[in-house]
Write a protein of this length. Structure first.
Lengths: 308, 251
């Protein structure tokens, strides 16, 4: 059933750590069509009527199950917009792994715009992992524009891990979240850009209910002539707490613009932001050199640790 | 064996050359624990940094086991067998204690092996091995981890820049034991400690006193220590105080 070539398998490994067919529910999208789909008793994956995306329903109370929905593209010039809607039942506790790998050896741009909407039921918990990866030596760009919308009901919690380390030329990521009372959102974003890549990441988190909390942390590295913009806004509309942090390393001629923003519309909203941008501290490199690493090896270790 | 030949080091402060190290010649022989001491601002830490290659001398030569290392980088010196423990341990983001120790050994060691080095410096290995080397650790914890990385590197010459700085009283005894153990297994290597602490001076084979960028005294512990503790500085200082206090009383 699953027919993937070596490049596609490599992409799958990069974005979803999959070496073979995953356990649990999954859908693998390859060059615009489904290359394999499996639902389980508790997790139902159905294609949308227009064919562009999936509806994923997770039954209330589902525990310790996972859903994999990786996308791989190896065809140059392919552009697609995919809408995936997740309905997570009350009290469910699941892991969702998405991700997109593009290998573009041709001269035309390849683009995948994945719009993911999460409707998280009361007291449900999800861990969402999204990795992006690009490879290929063609002059065509590898473009990924993920959109994530999260709607959290009372007492739900969402942990998001977004990783984009290599090879994506242009990315424009937008994440919005609406949190009801007692809901909790934790975001860990890791980003590295090379060459003349550009990455934009925008967050708008609305803390609407009493006791809602959000912690949005981005760590990024901009190398060569790349450019990044991190734009994170927390809006406190109730007695809530929010923290956002952007911690970045610039190298070579990399440029970063960090725009943390807070908006408090309630007297009991407690919001904090932190942002730091700078080159690698000289004493960090010196310490590793005294252990016998070259300057380049030291930099690599420092970056690896920073993005770990 | 490390040899400094006529080493000088100048810095440019507000357009004026300031001499931090003045024409120092000395050697650190194999199988010896040598402690460099002296007043603050006398050039001790600078000397340690010159040896590690973090600073380059304005003039003079540094030889390590007969080889001229004056123009070698920090990395090359580290590979030749020079280890260096920072006075102020460096903090990282994301790098874990295990990573640092693994890098220090230069091998893909197991977690259990790495833990041995932490136990050596009195840290409960299990609690620390996966911690990030960042500000969540206290000054004393960072310092002990710093020392553990130097132990893990197993150098021919290990240089410690004020290892007692930032370490609390309870940990201090442990630190002395670390150096005593190192001293016991010193064969074919040497240890250089920059320190003000009497108890560290007490375990030295040799003591070098540096003041104003010069070596003012050098000898075995028994030759130098009594003089340091007694006659030259402390006694006259006490006498001066006595005189002043006495004078006030009289008035």
């Amino acid at each position: 059933m699953l027919k993937l070539d070596e490049i596609q398998k490599r992409l799958l490994k990069e974005v979803a750590d999959l070496h073979k067919v995953p356990e649990g529910a999954y859908n693998i999208r390859s060059n615009g069509t489904s290359a394999g789909r499996v639902s389980t008793e508790n997790i139902e994956i159905t294609p949308r009527e227009d064919g562009q995306g999936l509806t994923i329903r997770i039954k209330p109370g589902t525990k310790n199950e996972s859903v994999h929905i990786p996308v791989v593209m190896t065809q140059t010039g392919l552009k697609e917009v995919v809408y995936n809607d997740f309905y997570i039942g009350e009290d469910a506790d699941v892991t969702i792994v998405a991700g997109c790998g593009i290998d573009n050896c041709g001269s035309q741009d390849s683009e995948h715009d994945g719009i993911h909407r999460f409707y998280v039921g009361k007291n449900a918990h999800i861990r969402y992992v999204e990795k992006h990866y690009g490879s290929g030596t063609g002059s065509g760009k590898r473009i990924l524009n993920p959109g994530t919308e999260v709607y959290q009901e009372e007492g739900s919690s969402v942990e998001m891990e977004m990783v984009q380390i290599k090879g994506v030329d242009d990315t424009n990521r937008s994440t919005t979240a609406e949190l009801a009372a007692g809901a909790k959102l934790v975001v860990r974003e890791r980003l590295m850009t090379h060459g003349d890549q550009k990455a934009y990441s925008t967050y708008v988190v609305n803390l609407n209910g009493e006791g809602a909390s959000a912690d949005v942390v981005s760590r990024s590295v901009a190398r060569d002539d790349s450019y990044q913009k991190f734009d994170a806004k927390l809006v406190g509309n109730a007695a809530c707490s929010g923290h956002t942090e952007c911690d970045s390393i610039i190298m070579d001629s990399g440029k970063i613009l960090a725009v943390p923003a807070l908006e408090a519309n309630d007297l009991d909203a407690a919001l904090v932001h932190e942002a730091a941008i700078g080159k690698i501290a000289g004493d960090q490199i010196i310490k590793l050199m005294t252990l016998g690493l070259t300057e380049a090896e030291a930099e690599e270790q420092i970056i690896n640790g920073f993005l770990k | 064996m490390l040899e400094l030949q006529n080493v000088s080091f100048q810095v440019d402060t507000e357009g004026q050359d300031k001499e931090i190290i003045r024409d120092i010649s000395l050697s650190i022989p194999d199988d010896k624990l040598v402690v460099i001491t002296g007043p603050n601002g006398g050039g001790k830490s600078t000397l340690a940094r010159l040896i590690a290659g973090i600073e380059k001398p304005t003039s003079g030569k540094i030889l390590f086991n007969g080889e001229d290392i004056t123009d070698m980088s920090i990395t090359e010196r580290a590979k030749k067998g020079i280890g260096f423990a920072f006075q102020q341990p460096v903090k990282f983001k994301g790098i874990q204690v295990f990573d640092l120790i693994r890098l220090a050994t230069g091998k893909n060691i197991s977690i259990a092996n790495a833990c041995n080095y932490l136990s050596e410096v009195g840290l409960c290995a299990r609690d620390y091995i996966n911690r990030e080397v960042n500000s969540s650790l206290s000054g004393g914890e960072l310092k002990r981890i710093e020392i553990a990385t130097v132990l893990a590197k197993a150098s021919k010459l290990s240089v410690f820049d004020e290892p007692e700085a930032g370490i609390d009283l309870w940990s201090f005894q442990n630190l002395i034991e670390v150096f005593q153990r190192m001293r016991k297994n010193i064969k074919d290597s040497s240890i250089l400690i920059i320190s003000h602490q009497e108890r560290i001076l007490n375990i030295a084979d040799e003591i070098i006193v540096i003041r104003d960028g010069n070596v003012v005294k050098r000898g075995t512990r028994d030759e130098v220590l009594p003089e340091l503790m007694g006659t030259t500085s402390a006694v006259p200082a006490c006498k001066t105080i006595e005189k002043v206090m006495g004078g006030e009383k009289d008035a």
